[in-house]
Design a binder for this molecule. Structure first.
Ligand code: SAM
Ligand code: DTB
Ligand code: SF4
Length: 333
């Protein structure tokens, strides 16, 4: 299958060539934004944003060598290693997230993959969040088919597993698991009927062609991810990328182009402005919303790094006339 038409007659293609995607990146900025906005309005209310909250349920001491990550045991960041947190603590945080307007609660663990002994506790977290009437998401590293099935049965809605970058740039960023390992996890997640959340990081020194490659791979998956987080690298002291003095922040307009191309390629996916918002101006975020981003992480913390200050999203949403979608309004494509 190379393309399908969804219930609203929106064409969803999974045969994007790298050249076609690069050509989108190369469009004059206004033409690119016009196309992204036109696509966005086919399916979504352009003035509405879905909000998720993140909680780190197992912090630090990770065996993997992701060069951006504060939680890798192989870097020299100051992060304290912690155990898997208690279910009660997780549910308290979920109640608070719901009260502050989040429709999805995302739990992240610094693991290569979950161990058998942790599964019971994870499944109880999922059913607890579900009972609160929130959507649940987990990101626990690589997942077997059997683990994915158990999480699905417990009521998990989404699984987040990022491709991070293009296949060719990948080895510069992670060596302890392959690109194919990541694709295999996405397949296991998809096969059991969990919604897929998958995106990547930009600003790691990759080229425009790599950004195009990442987005083409995501769009060409057998089913496009339901959510696509686009992270801008947060330079964390002690990590390899954080210590690279000559690594400059990605040009803000190139970041907007990346959002716009993601929107055009994946017309019915939630495109999430993820890590890196702390250092984005209101103007840059506003451009991202008009390029088709329609989801964010709220709260003052991501997993281990700061997010935006309390109240600043509400203030910006007010200025832009954006509304936060309630759980009932968040419908899948
Ligand atoms: N350990 C699991 C894994 O790697 O799949 C889940 C947690 S991991 C922190 C989730 C994602 O956060 C990564 O795949 C990466 O895309 C993003 N991320 C981590 N550190 C980041 C940073 N410093 N800047 C931007 N994004 C980051
Ligand atoms: C994703 O793509 N971004 C979130 C979520 N999925 C789990 C994580 C961002 C982490 C940023 C660095 C930190 O706070 O440790
Ligand atoms: Fe571990 Fe995930 Fe961080 Fe990689 S991104 S070091 S797998 S926590």
């Amino acid at each position: 299958m190379t393309s399908r038409v969804d219930k609203d007659s929106i064409e969803i293609r999974n045969n994007w060539s790298l050249k076609e995607v690069e050509a989108l990146f190369d469009l004059p900025f206004n033409d690119l934004l016009f196309r992204a906005q036109t696509t966005h309005r086919q399916r979504f209310d352009p003035n509405a944003v879905q909000v998720s909250t993140l909680l780190s349920i197992k912090t630090g001491g990770c065996s993997e060598d992701c060069k951006y990550c504060s939680q890798s045991a192989r870097n020299s960041s100051e992060l304290e290693r912690e155990k898997l947190v208690e279910v009660e603590t997780v549910l308290k945080a979920a109640v608070e997230a719901k009260r502050s307007g989040s429709s999805r609660f995302c739990m992240g663990a610094a693991w290569r993959n979950p161990k058998g002994k942790d599964m019971e506790q994870l499944l109880t977290m999922v059913s607890g969040v579900k009972a609160l009437g929130m959507e649940s998401c987990m990101t626990l590293g690589m997942l077997s088919h059997d683990q994915a099935e158990k999480l699905k049965k417990a009521g998990l809605d989404y699984y987040n597993h990022n491709l991070d970058t293009s296949e060719s740039y990948y080895e510069k960023v992670v060596t302890t698991r392959t690109y194919q390992d990541r694709l295999d996890t996405l397949e296991n997640v998809r096969e059991v009927g969990l919604n897929v959340c998958s995106g990547g990081i930009v600003g790691m020194g990759e080229s425009r062609q790599d950004r195009a490659g990442l987005l083409a791979t995501l769009a060409n998956l057998p089913k496009q991810p339901d959510s696509v987080p686009i992270n801008r690298l947060v330079k964390v002291a002690g990590t390899e990328l954080g210590e690279m003095d000559d690594l400059e922040e990605l040009d803000p307009l190139e970041f907007v182009r990346t959002i716009a191309v993601a929107r055009i390629l994946m017309p019915i996916s939630w495109v999430r402005l993820s890590a890196g918002r702390e250092t984005m101006s209101d103007e840059l975020q506003a451009l991202c919303y008009s390029a088709g981003a329609n989801s964010i992480f709220s709260g003052e913390r991501l997993l281990t790094t700061p997010n935006v200050e309390a109240g600043s999203d509400a203030e910006l949403f007010n200025k832009l006339g954006l509304k936060v979608l309630s759980g009932e309004e968040v419908v899948l494509g």
